[in-house]
Design a protein around this ligand. Structure first.
Ligand code: ATP
Length: 269
């Protein structure tokens, strides 16, 4: 189902570990300033992933840049790191904003990317970016990130409804932190460990059901026959089954939902 997406993300994951120095005439960088994670994805002139880097950071909350200087610092650092690894300057970048974010916030994101040394050539919304890889014509694209859950309903290849709700992976980590009586940072690492997912799923079931109820609220009144998941939080094994049970709608996710949006941003540079 997600052949193109899975291939692109697998190539990207490979390129994060082994950057490709292919002397492309031009490179495009997707900058994803997320609530939990800042990701830079680099594609070449043929839109093939060649390098990538990411850092967990607390510079954006609910889609708003709350640590402007910190955000610039991280983007600039990752840019320089990537330039060194591919042996080329990175000039052009695109960025994304969560649906419903106002002009002021998109201005802040634009300023961060430009202050980090890029020329901004594209600014799009996150669901559109994700769908550049998922290529969904009909159904709901649900992007569960660190701070928010974005819901986009597609009909005949067009977005007919978008929403963004302030529940995401951070809330999952808070639940783990409370249940295991460990600090948030430890809970975050526990949650990202695939070896722990089976044990954590019953603990996280109520918060997943909350996300499912948010999805239900937004798709009510629309004819949604399939749900497609993206976003780092959907890396959690079994999340799709709980969402499917609660929404009663067949739910699918690509092999690695984490890098779908950043790569999609790079493709829209
Ligand atoms: P937002 O879209 O809300 O601005 P973001 O862009 O930072 O946030 P993503 O990068 O899509 O969001 O996802 C980050 C979230 O995914 C974090 O909460 C992180 O803990 C979670 N996450 C990452 N990897 C895993 C994993 N393997 N298992 C479970 N959760 C994971």
């Amino acid at each position: 189902m997600f052949e193109y997406c899975d291939k692109m993300v697998a190539d990207f994951e490979n390129a994060i570990c082994h950057p490709i120095n292919n002397k492309s005439s031009i490179y495009y960088t997707g900058v994803d300033l997320g609530t939990a994670c800042v990701v830079l994805a680099v594609v070449d002139e043929n839109y093939k992933p060649v390098a990538g880097a990411y850092e967990y950071a607390d510079v954006v909350r609910d889609g708003m840049v709350v640590d402007y200087i910190g955000a610039i610092h991280i983007v600039r650092k990752l840019k320089e790191q990537l330039e060194a690894s591919i042996g080329s300057e990175l000039i052009y970048a695109s960025a994304a904003i969560p649906p419903g974010t106002n002009e002021l916030d998109s201005g802040a994101i634009k300023n961060v990317v430009e202050s980090a040394g890029f020329e901004l050539t594209g600014l799009l919304d996150e669901p559109t970016a994700a769908n550049s890889l998922l290529k969904i014509e009909n159904g709901a694209v649900v992007d569960i990130g660190g701070g928010t859950t974005g819901i986009t309903i597609m009909k005949d290849g067009k977005e007919i409804y978008v929403a963004d709700e302030p529940t995401g992976g951070t809330h999952f980590s808070l639940v783990v932190s409370g249940a295991y009586k460990v600090p948030f940072e430890e809970a975050e690492l526990l949650k990202r460990n695939p070896g722990k997912h089976k044990e954590l799923l019953p603990v996280l079931k109520p918060v997943i059901e909350k996300v499912a109820s948010i999805i239900n609220k937004h798709i009510e009144g629309h004819l949604v026959e399939t749900i497609y998941l993206a976003g780092g939080t959907c890396c959690l094994d079994g999340i799709e089954k709980i969402i499917e049970k609660q929404t009663k709608i067949p739910t699918y996710k690509p092999q690695n939902p984490m890098f779908v949006t950043p790569l999609g941003i790079a493709l829209n540079c």
